[in-house]
Design a protein around this ligand. Sequence first.
Ligand code: DC
Length: 230
Amino acid sequence: MSYQIAIDGPAGAGKSTVAKAVAKKLGYIYVDTGAMYRAMALYLLRSGTDAANAEEISRRSSEADITIAYENGAQQVILNGENVSALLRTEAVGNMASVSSANADVRQKLVELQRALAARENVVMDGRDIGTCVLPNANVKVYLTASAACRAKRRYDELEAKGEHCVLSEIEADIRERDERDMTRKISPLRQAEDAVLVDSSDMTVEEVVEKIVSLAECERQRGKGTDRG
Ligand code: DC
């Protein structure tokens, strides 16, 4: 039986950094589900899909074959045979992903892929609905968050370090807008699963958060839970 660690939380909480490090420590694979939604968004953008037309999104999404591969432990996203991993982190793709991830057909297709991966490998999977929908019986569920101000400051520092000048208040406004959209959409909105452990990383280092999650997994193993997952 595979072992599953689910990490959900809002944009900018540090999920991917933490999830990657936890996966490395435990020797599990890291599954970045946001990248799958982004690959779908890339397909929709390339095919000129109208973001406001839900029917068109549903129809077009059936043409996109998305699979995952691993190269030196790093997740690669393959879209209709092309490795698109390097093309997913743009503003345009992020915005389309934010809209198209609210579509039921898009979600159904990608949730199937996520469940299939988790069924055959030990995973640390991050996203918005992993503990609530994708892996409801995960061994460990974490809801990783931080204050909007703190998430905005981290993003600001990241951009400044890359030489991109920006306005902190605008970044915080963007983050609050994305939170609102992710938390209020009809299908699989972002929320803390009832059995998830809340970790607020506002005043924690990455190492502290990683340690916390690894120790949750160790405690869970000792309790011997995980034998009755469906
Ligand atoms: O985490 P990210 O920024 O790469 O996610 C991109 C978009 O996909 C974001 O708007 C939220 C959405 N998403 C989702 O709806 N469900 C997931 N499990 C992961 C991401």
